[in-house]
Design a protein around this ligand. Structure first.
Ligand code: ADP
Ligand code: MG
Length: 269
C-alpha cells in the first residue's frame, strides 16, 4: 500500500456516524479486509456495504415496531392450534397476515367468542405477523386505551391523541366488552372508531357479538352508528368453541395414559 492510500479508520467511523450509516460502520473494516484480500472490484465492495446497511435498517425498524406494539409475548401463529377452532381457516388468517388487502383500505377484523378460546392469542399473533411484514401495530387492552383517551379529552387533546394513533396501520382493541360503564359516558371510543373509519384498521376482540354493546356507548343511536362503521368493511370471526384454557387444564389433569374423557375439573362459578 502506498503511503497516501492509507485511510484513517477513525475518520471513516466518524464520517459514517455523521451520515448515520451504522450498519456500514459495523462491518466496513472487516469487509474492506476481505475485499483487499480477494481483490474485489470497488463496485462489489460498495454493493456489499449498501446491502449491509439496508439489512441492518430493516432489522432495527422491526425491533422498533415490535417494541412499540406492546404485544403480549410468545403468541405466534405457529403456536396457534387451528384445529381447536374449525370455523377459522388458517389460509384466511395467513392472508390477513399479509396485510395489504385490508389494512390498505382501513377494513376491520372483529373476533368474537367466550373467554379462553384464543381471541387475544390470535390478535397478538396476527399483529406480530403484520409487523414482520412491515406494518405498524399497537395492541391495547380496550379499557386502558379508553382511559388514556379520556384523560386526553379532559386535557382537551383528544383529537391529537387519536391522530397520534394514525401511525398504526392496525390498532388492536382487546376485550371491548370490559369497558366499564363510567367509561362509556364520554364516548371517546366512538370518536376513535369514527376517526379511523375507512382509513385505519381496527381489530376488536369481544365476548359478545354486538348484543351487549349498548353498555359500551352512551346511547343506542351511538351504538348503532359505531357498529355500522365497524362492520361496513369487516371480517368477522366467531370462535364459538370450548375454552382452550379449560381443555388444556383437563388434559393436564388427566395426565399421560389416562383417557381425558374421564377427567373432571372443578369450576367455581
Ligand atoms: P381469549 O382472549 O379468547 O380469552 P386467550 O387468547 O387469552 O383467550 O387464550 C387463553 C390461553 O389459551 C392462552 O394462553 C392462549 O395462548 C391459549 N390458546 C387459546 N387458543 C389456542 C389455540 N387455538 N392454540 C394454541 N393456544 C391457544
Ligand atoms: Mg383475551
Amino acid at each position: 500500500m502506498k503511503a497516501n492510500d492509507k485511510v484513517d479508520a477513525a475518520r471513516v467511523d466518524l464520517l459514517l456516524s455523521e451520515l448515520r450509516l451504522s450498519g456500514i460502520k459495523l462491518v466496513w473494516s472487516a469487509l474492506a479486509a476481505t475485499a483487499d484480500k480477494e481483490g474485489w472490484p470497488a463496485a462489489r465492495f460498495l454493493a456489499a456495504l449498501a446491502e449491509q446497511e439496508l439489512a441492518d435498517r430493516g432489522q432495527r425498524r422491526f425491533a422498533r415496531h415490535l417494541a412499540e406494539a406492546r404485544l403480549p409475548p410468545g403468541k405466534t401463529l405457529a403456536a396457534f392450534d387451528f384445529d381447536a377452532v374449525p370455523m377459522i381457516s388458517k389460509a384466511q388468517v395467513q392472508a390477513l397476515a399479509a396485510g395489504d388487502a385490508w389494512l390498505e383500505k382501513g377494513a376491520n377484523l372483529l373476533v368474537f367468542g367466550p373467554p379462553g378460546v384464543g381471541k387475544s392469542h390470535l390478535a397478538a399473533a396476527l399483529g406480530l405477523a403484520l409487523i414482520e411484514n412491515g406494518w405498524r401495530v399497537l395492541f391495547a387492552r380496550t379499557t386502558d386505551l379508553v382511559q388514556r383517551l379520556q384523560v386526553a379529552r379532559r386535557d382537551l387533546t383528544l383529537e391529537a391523541a387519536i391522530d397520534k394513533l394514525d401511525k398504526y396501520h392496525l390498532l388492536v382493541l382487546d376485550d371491548l366488552a370490559y369497558v366499564a360503564k363510567d367509561q362509556a359516558e364520554t364516548s371517546v371510543l366512538f370518536e376513535l372508531i369514527s376517526a379511523r373509519y375507512e382509513r385505519r384498521s381496527l381489530l376488536i376482540t369481544a365476548n359478545q357479538p354486538f348484543g351487549e354493546w349498548g353498555k359500551i356507548f352512551p346511547d343506542q343511536a351511538m351504538t348503532l352508528a359505531a357498529v355500522d362503521r365497524l362492520v361496513h368493511h369487516a371480517t368477522i370471526f366467531e370462535m364459538n368453541v370450548d375454552s382452550y384454557r379449560r381443555k388444556a387444564a383437563l388434559k393436564k389433569a388427566a395426565g399421560p395414559g389416562r383417557p381425558s374423557a374421564r377427567a373432571t375439573i372443578k369450576t367455581s362459578s
